[in-house]
Ligand binder design. Structure first.
Ligand SMILES: *Cc1c(COP(=O)(O)O)cnc(C)c1O
Length: 469
């Protein structure tokens, strides 16, 4: 009366392969996936015939090979969303990447026919824009900080204010980077107040540099004090040590012109007297992921000739995109050309008009949509707590988490935000030329009658579709 062991009933991998008939090119991957599927069935004591497991293997393989890096629509209202790749590139930068993809004079001097300088391309333009003597480009700003510390303060002490020992995100902590560079951290001051005299008291024969770190993602308010950049620069010069200023985002444009708080520009940081100023390529600069160091010729040479440089150098596509981005600042067209600045410069009135149009489109296919007023943020470690007025299309008809999930499965995926228990599509972080794609993606996902969508309420716009704005 023994019951048959269900494991006995499992077909062999070969039988599953015969039932599935994979193409030659996928045979090896298919075999591995079939083994996994059968092992799981064995563990779960389930059984089935070869055709069943062939179908399961197909599904497992499709799931495993599902494209995870996809172009999405950022309707979060966060202009620089780190998880969504920060700054979207301009058409000029995209064209430059395409042009540089083939053979390109990245380390070739077209005048002499000899080996050229990879760093020369962007360095001149960067130095001009920052009114600095020289510049060097690496993979990201974390690398620029690491390189600056390694080149200018290795085995020496680096003085940092306690209020500036920050974690940027993704585990990037200034004290850790400092240690990895071979420098020794010397903390001065208190969390909320640090004076120039605190630095002066700590500076000595073992000091290699003073490091200032921009508070990118938090704000300390109330009883606070910090030393002026000029004071730190003077102190550093007096003791012949380097003054390194990590700006984080780094901007060439005055953010206060856009109703935002004032950020020190790269040029201003140089004028304060920093030896090296570091910043990201893909934050407010609006270009590709890169780390930029500008400053005194002697200091930048020390960075450029450091052995770490070879490990941190950017690829030709990054250089091409960065150059094209910098050209817009040179030409005075950054605000019109760079997506980041176009989004920041968009007027609430223009965003409201677009939101009304999108809400109308959605309502016309029975999706309960309403224009709401809200505030968007810059994000990406720039301008903490600064917001801009914006407008969004709030969607009702289903629980917000479920709606947000359905929108993520749209084509292209739409990343929304949740405001007052409703899914909202904040148009500040969407370029106007993408409005149509956004409308089509949302209607495609929500009006197709999926169980997740609100389209079961197909009786035209509900009360929610009234548009008060
Ligand atoms: C963002 C940021 C960094 C890291 O820059 P990445 O380009 O992301 O490597 C370093 N320092 C500060 C102050 C930042 O805001």
């Amino acid at each position: 009366m023994k019951r048959a062991d269900p494991r006995r009933a499992l077909p062999s991998v070969d039988a599953v392969l015969r039932a599935a008939g994979p193409r030659d090119a996928e045979r090896a991957r298919f075999t591995r996936a079939a083994r996994d599927v059968l092992a799981r069935a064995r563990a779960a004591r389930t059984s089935g015939d070869a055709a069943t497991f062939a179908a399961q293997t197909r599904a497992a393989l499709a799931e495993r090979e599902r494209l995870t890096l996809r172009s999405v629509i950022n309707a979060t209202g966060v202009v620089l969303q780190t998880n969504l790749g920060r700054a979207p590139l301009s058409p000029r930068a995209l064209a430059a990447i395409a042009a540089a993809a083939g053979a390109v004079s990245v380390e070739y001097d077209l005048v002499t026919g000899k080996r050229g300088e990879r760093h020369g391309h962007a360095a001149r333009l960067l130095a001009d824009l920052a009114s600095a003597e020289d510049a060097v480009v690496v993979n990201n700003n974390a690398a620029a900080v690491l390189l600056a510390l390694a080149a200018l303060a290795s085995r020496k002490e680096v003085i940092v204010a306690r209020g500036e020992l920050v974690e940027i995100g993704g585990g990037f902590r200034i004290p850790d980077v400092l240690r990895r560079s071979g420098a020794k951290l010397v903390e001065v001051g208190t969390t909320n107040r640090t004076y120039a005299r605190d630095y002066a008291g700590a500076i000595g024969a073992k000091t290699g540099a003073i490091l200032r770190v921009h508070a990118s993602n938090f704000k300390i308010s109330g009883f606070v004090a910090r030393a002026e950049g000029r004071e730190l620069a003077a102190l550093a010069r007096e003791h012949s040590v380097a003054f390194i200023h990590d700006l984080g985002s780094g901007t060439f444009l005055d953010t206060s012109r856009f109703g935002l708080g004032k950020e020190l520009t790269v040029g201003e940081a140089i004028r304060e007297g920093a030896d090296v100023v570091t910043f990201s390529g893909d934050k407010l600069l609006g270009g590709p992921q890169a780390g930029i160091a500008v400053g005194r010729a002697e200091s930048i040479t020390a960075l450029r000739t450091h052995p770490l440089m070879r490990a941190l150098r950017p690829d030709k596509l990054t250089i091409a995109a960065l150059l094209a981005t910098l050209e817009t600042y040179r030409d005075g067209t950054a605000e019109k050309e760079l997506p980041v600045w176009r989004m920041i410069a968009a007027t609430p009135r223009a965003i409201a008009t677009r939101a009304r149009s999108l809400a109308g489109t959605l309502a016309s296919v029975g999706i309960p949509a309403e224009v709401i007023e809200l505030r968007s943020t810059i994000g990406g470690g720039s301008l903490p707590e600064e917001t801009q007025p914006s407008f969004a299309v709030a969607i009702g008809g289903a629980p917000p988490n479920r709606l947000a999930q359905t929108l993520r499965s749209a084509d292209p995926p739409v990343i929304s935000r949740i405001v007052d228990e409703r899914v909202a599509l904040d148009l500040r972080s969407v370029l106007p030329e993408d409005d149509e794609v956004l409308a089509r993606a949302v209607t495609g996902a929500l009006a197709k009658g999926g169980a997740d969508g609100p389209s079961r309420h197909q009786n035209g716009p509900r009360a929610g579709a009234r548009r008060p704005v």
